[in-house]
Design a protein around this ligand. Sequence first.
Ligand SMILES: [Zn+2]
Length: 204
Amino acid sequence: MEVKEDSWGWLGDKDGKFLAALVRKLLIKERAECPLQPLEWCKWLPAKVNIFVWRTGMYKIPTRKALAKRNIQIPELSCVFCEESDEDADHLFSGCPLVQKVWQNVCKWARIPELFAFEVKDVLEHYKFCESRKDAREVVKGLFMLGCWCVWKSRNSVVFSKGTGRSEDIMGDIKSLGFLWLDNRSKYRGLDWVEWCKYPMYML
Ligand SMILES: [Zn+2]
């Protein structure tokens, strides 16, 4: 009997030829077929944050690239944080190295799996895959929505008022605003700041 050597085959192409470009094409096709689900409102965040995130999910926020597309004169298209890519919503909330650092810290703090995001949608839907407890999901969902809000605030402060745009400051904002709103707007009254800073679901 003839013995054949084991081999790997790639099913993504009819000739079995593997190309990174084909993987990319497949991923993009797959993603285009599953758009962002209608945004679930987060009750412990104010309406202004929910509305901002809802608009972000539909790419309706005035990023530099979005403004340029509408023929508004923008002297500079690059991201204010890293200056490595043009500023659009996907870069600003998922691709930017500075913002990735923020998400890394949020995940570490909330003790949830790391986020690998390609688009805004991935950021907003991460909570669905990392917490089985319903109450914890609600907190985590809000933290990512709040994170987007704080990133946008920081971005605006760099553009309009000489802000520094540091990931540590954005993280500090997420912790303090999260504490304030969860303490005032949810069933968890009288939260302990020190415990909150250690783990945002300590009260569950
Ligand atoms: Zn950037």
